[in-house]
Design a protein around this ligand. Structure first.
Ligand code: F6R
Length: 362
């Protein structure tokens, strides 16, 4: 049932090209420069968006917030559901509350959406599991179509959630007139390439395995990223700590100077998301700062980059992609890194200690 793979997690990591085909495939309308999500909701009636979720799904919400603001110019927030549900958030009839959940059963996310609904919000679920509790609570559902996810650590559901965020942002941007047809078409063409680009990212496994071999004895890891790659850094750290039990922290790279830089010494591997994008140059200087303090840099970079290898000890090259879509490709080597480290340490990859696949109690 693991299709020849030693673990469900690895099988699910390798399913991602196919999953992205499923999430995106039938929904892209390149000719019109739009996507068809089959939603009745009119994006022009929405004045703000609240993404509510837990764990990995919450990081997808962070990415969703960025895309929604960048492309559709709608004020958007993301928050972990366990905070949202209890803090009396400001919500009205022009608020769209979006619950993101693989299982559709996470109690905090369910209660968060109930809270928003009680305050008059419109509601949408971005969900994997058909007919789950959250799908019954929301007005409409955008299924991510990732197929059953069995490994406790979420992998393919995350990339599918990111793809769903991109779909949602394009739809909202087109409906609100903030994205030209041509710009949307360009983005959609890039979205079409994602399954193949993720396939290429999977081919980097030998390099990732080599890096895991080098650093699996480390006590701590730091993950850094900026802009849409900030959530990728957080997801990379979460994956590593969940299945390897190595302490890992993530920061938006620009926050380094405000504290975490104190952690850096020769024993600290620092994973930096340094793909080409709006803040590439700034990320390069962050890498220099880490190096100047003896930290070991593992960079995720765009193919052809000649600056990064001068600075980083290890480089994982990924194919070029639209900078706003880069997280969908970049998270793949981070999933593989967590996996390879956990295997080297003899951890139970599919059933990490203390964790449950769906968290139905607080
Ligand atoms: C991380 C992980 C958890 C879940 C979280 C939300 O690998 O699996 O952080 O992402 O418990 O679960 P769902 O998406 O089912 O609401």
């Amino acid at each position: 049932e693991k299709g020849g793979f030693p673990h469900y997690m690895l099988k699910e990591i390798y399913e991602q090209p196919w999953v992205l085909e499923n999430t995106l495939g039938g929904r892209l309308r390149e000719e019109e420069g739009d996507v068809d999500l089959g939603l009745a909701l009119d994006p022009r009636e929405v004045e703000r968006v609240h993404f509510i979720a837990c764990g990995t799904a919450a990081y997808a919400g962070w990415y969703g917030k960025y895309l929604m603001e960048i492309l559709a110019r709608i004020p958007a927030e993301w928050e972990v559901a366990s905070e949202y549900r209890y803090r009396d958030p400001v919500v009205d009839g022009k608020t769209l509350a979006v619950a993101i959940s693989q299982s559709g059963e996470t109690i905090d996310t369910l209660e968060g959406i109930r809270e928003a609904k009680a305050k008059g919000a419109r509601t949408l679920g971005v969900i994997n599991a058909k007919g789950s509790s959250i799908t019954r609570e929301v007005e409409e559902v955008l299924y991510i179509h990732a197929g059953p996810e069995i490994g406790v650590a979420s992998t393919k559901a995350y990339t599918a959630m990111l793809a769903a965020m991109a779909l949602l942002a394009v739809r909202f941007a087109r409906a609100r007139g903030t994205l030209s047809k041509e710009a949307a078409q360009a983005l959609i063409r890039e979205m079409r390439k994602l399954p193949r680009l993720v396939e290429e990212a999977l081919e980097k496994r030998p390099i990732v395995a080599h890096i895991a071999e080098k650093y699996h004895q480390a006590q701590d890891f730091l993950f850094l990223g900026r802009h849409v790659q900030a959530p990728t850094a957080y997801e990379g750290a979460l994956k590593l700590k969940e299945i390897s039990y190595i302490h890992a922290e993530a920061y938006p790279a620009g926050e380094m100077k405000h504290g975490p830089i104190a952690l850096i010494d020769e024993r600290l591997p620092v994973v930096v998301l340094a793909t080409r994008g709006p803040l590439y140059e700034k990320t390069l200087s962050n890498i220099q700062e880490v190096r100047a303090r003896g930290g070991k840099v593992i960079a995720v970079a765009t193919e052809g980059d000649e600056e990064i290898p001068k600075l980083a000890q290890d480089v994982i090259y990924l194919p070029e992609v639209h900078p706003l879509l880069a997280p969908i490709v970049s998270v793949v080597p981070l999933q593989l890194l967590a996996y390879e480290v956990a295997v080297l340490l003899g951890r139970d990859v599919d059933q990490p200690r203390n964790l449950a696949k769906s968290v139905t109690v607080e």
